[in-house]
Design a protein around this ligand. Structure first.
Ligand code: AMP
Ligand code: MG
Length: 490
C-alpha cells in the first residue's frame, strides 16, 4: 500500500516549515478508521486498520513518499498578535491527490514536539481527538466545508494536563492547512518575497480563477472573503459556535478548522459562548461575522504590498474588498434563513420575518435545531404546531408570529409535501449536541467503551433523516445534562 503523495508545500522555501518526522509512540491502538473517507481518498481502509497502517497513523512509520514537516505560522489570539505559533503538535505527512482529483493534506495531530511547540508537549489527549472526530465529521454530513477526520489512534501513553489523560493521534485531512496566520508569519518578518510565494501557492491550489485576474492578489483576497462569508453563514444557520476564531484558526481554503472549544447551541441566543477561555465573549455566536471581518482585515494587511504599488491605493482596494464580506455574508445568511422557514421566492420583508422568529426564540429559550425542524412539519400541517409552540417558554410568542408566517407561505404556490421536504433538507434533526458529545467522550476515556462514540457517529452521518429508535439524539439536554463550558483541551 502506498500513498500517492505529491507534496507541493514541501517544495516551498525551507523557511516555510521545519522538516521532522513524528515522534514514535509506545503502543498504538486503532480507535477508528473513517472507511468512507479512506475510499474517497483512494486508500484501502482495511490496510489502514492493519498493524502497518496503524503504525503509520500513529506516526511510528513514515509511508513512502511522505515528506513530514511542521508548518510555520503566526496569529492573533484573542486579538493579541503572536509572531510565531506554527504546528506545535502536528506533522504534515504530505499531500494526496485523490481519485476525484482533489488535493488533500494528510496531517497527524498530536504527533510529538516540533520546533514550534513552545512549552507544549506536542501531544493530544484522546478526549479532544474524539471531539474533533465527531464534530468535523458531523459538519461534513451537514454539508459545511470542513477539515475531516480519517482516523484516530490511541498512543498507549499518557499526556499530562490537569490530570493524566490517555493520549491519541488524529489523522486530519484538509484542502490545506494554510491559514490567515501563515500570511501573517511572513508579513510580520517583512518577508515580502515569501508573502508573494505563499499567495501564488494558494492561488494555484485554492482559488485558481484569481490567476487570470488583472491583479491576482486582489482577486485572491476577494475569493477568501467570499469563502469565509459563506462559511460563517453556514455555521450560523446550524447554530455552530467555533469558539476560538483566532487568525491561526481561519483557513485560506474556506474550510472549518480546529474544533477545540466549539459547540452547537441548544437554546438560541446570539450571545451564547461555551469556551471556558472566552471570558469576554469575543467569539460568541452572534459575533462570528464581525470577527471574521476582523481576521480578514489582518489578512488584507499582510497582503497589502501585493494589492497595489502605492500604499494608499492598496488600502483603498483592501477596504473595498473587505466591504464585500458584509454584503456576501448578509445575502447568504438571509437566503439560508428564508430556506429554513420554507420560503423559496424571496420578497422584501422575509429577512425581518425570520429575524422576528429568532428574537422570539431568544426571549423564550427555544431550541434552535428543534424549532426549525418542527417548522417543516408545521408548514405542511398546522396540527404539528403543538410540538413547536411548546419549545417556547411562552408559547404565545410563537402563536403571535405564526399567522404572519403562514400568510407569507401562502404567497408561494408549493405543494405542502414539496415544501416540507425542502425545509427538512435545510433544517437538520441531528447536530452534535454537547451533552451527547461529552457522553461519548466520557465513555471512551473513562470506561474504554467506544460504543457511544460509534453510535453518535452513525446518527450524525445522516443529520437530515428521521432515524427511528434514535429520537433521543435529537433532544436538547435535560437541565442536569446541560454542558455549560467547553475546553480547548490542548
Ligand atoms: P490551537 O489552540 O490548537 O489552535 O493551538 C494554538 C497553538 O498552540 C498552535 O501553534 C499549536 O500548535 C500550539 N499547541 C497547542 N497544543 C499544543 C501542545 N500540546 N503542544 C505543543 N503545541 C501546542
Ligand atoms: Mg489552531
Amino acid at each position: 500500500m502506498t500513498f500517492p503523495f505529491d507534496n507541493t508545500y514541501a517544495r516551498l522555501p525551507e523557511h516555510f516549515f521545519a522538516r521532522l518526522p513524528p515522534t514514535e509512540v509506545a503502543a498504538p491502538r486503532l480507535i477508528k478508521v473513517n472507511q468512507g473517507l479512506a475510499r474517497e481518498l483512494g486508500l484501502d481502509p482495511d490496510w489502514l486498520a492493519s498493524a502497518v497502517g496503524v503504525a503509520v497513523l500513529a506516526g511510528n512509520r513514515i509511508p513512502d513518499g511522505a515528506e513530514p514537516l511542521a508548518q510555520a505560522y503566526a496569529g492573533h489570539q484573542f486579538g493579541n498578535f503572536v509572531p510565531q505559533l506554527g504546528d506545535g503538535r502536528a506533522i504534515l505527512l504530505g499531500e494526496l491527490v485523490a481519485p476525484d482529483g482533489r488535493r488533500r493534506d494528510i496531517q497527524l495531530k498530536g504527533a510529538g514536539p516540533t520546533p514550534f511547540s513552545r512549552r507544549g508537549d506536542g501531544r493530544a489527549a484522546l478526549g479532544p481527538v474524539l471531539r474533533e472526530y465527531i464534530v468535523s465529521e458531523a459538519m461534513h454530513a451537514l454539508g459545511i466545508p470542513t477539515t475531516r477526520a480519517l482516523a484516530a489512534v490511541a498512543t498507549g501513553e499518557y499526556v499530562f494536563r490537569e490530570d493524566a489523560l490517555p493520549g491519541a493521534v488524529l489523522t486530519r485531512v484538509a484542502a490545506s492547512h494554510i491559514r490567515v496566520g501563515t500570511f501573517q508569519y511572513f508579513a510580520a518578518r517583512q518577508d515580502l518575497e515569501a508573502v508573494k510565494t505563499l499567495a501564488d501557492h494558494v492561488i494555484a491550489r485554492h482559488h485558481p480563477a484569481a490567476a487570470a485576474a488583472e491583479n491576482p492578489y486582489r482577486s485572491l483576497l476577494a475569493a477568501i472573503c467570499a469563502a469565509q462569508a459563506d462559511l460563517v453563514a453556514r455555521w450560523m444557520l446550524v447554530g455552530f459556535i467555533h469558539g476560538v476564531m483566532n487568525t491561526d484558526n481561519m483557513t485560506i481554503s474556506g474550510e472549518t478548522i480546529d474544533f477545540g472549544p466549539c459547540a452547537f447551541m441548544d437554546a438560541y441566543h446570539p450571545g451564547t459562548v461555551f469556551s471556558s477561555i472566552d471570558q469576554g465573549g469575543r467569539y460568541a455566536f452572534g459575533n462570528q461575522p464581525r470577527i471574521a471581518i476582523w481576521n480578514l482585515t489582518r489578512l488584507a494587511e499582510a497582503l497589502l504590498p501585493l494589492l497595489a504599488e502605492d500604499q494608499d491605493a492598496a488600502i483603498e482596494d483592501a477596504q473595498r474588498i473587505l466591504a464585500g464580506f458584509a454584503e456576501r455574508f448578509q445575502a447568504a445568511w438571509e437566503a439560508g434563513l428564508a430556506r429554513k422557514i420554507g420560503l423559496t421566492q424571496p420578497r422584501p420583508g422575509d429577512a425581518a420575518l425570520a429575524q422576528d422568529l429568532l428574537e422570539r426564540m431568544a426571549e423564550n429559550e427555544a431550541d434552535f435545531t428543534l424549532t426549525f425542524r418542527h417548522l417543516a412539519d408545521a408548514a405542511a400541517d398546522p396540527s404539528a404546531d403543538a410540538a413547536l409552540r411548546s419549545l417556547f417558554a411562552d408559547p404565545a410568542a410563537f402563536d403571535a408570529w405564526a399567522p404572519r408566517w403562514r400568510a407569507r407561505l401562502a404567497e408561494e404556490e408549493v405543494a405542502p409535501e414539496t415544501r416540507r421536504a425542502a425545509m427538512r433538507a435545510a433544517n437538520p434533526a441531528f447536530i452534535p449536541r454537547n451533552h451527547q458529545v461529552e457522553r461519548a467522550i466520557a465513555a471512551a476515556v473513562q470506561a474504554d467503551d467506544l460504543r457511544p462514540f460509534e453510535t453518535l457517529l452513525e446518527v450524525l452521518a445522516r443529520p437530515f433523516d428521521d432515524q427511528p429508535g434514535r429520537e433521543d439524539y435529537a433532544l436538547p439536554p435535560k437541565p442536569e445534562e446541560r454542558v455549560l463550558a467547553t475546553f480547548c483541551g490542548t
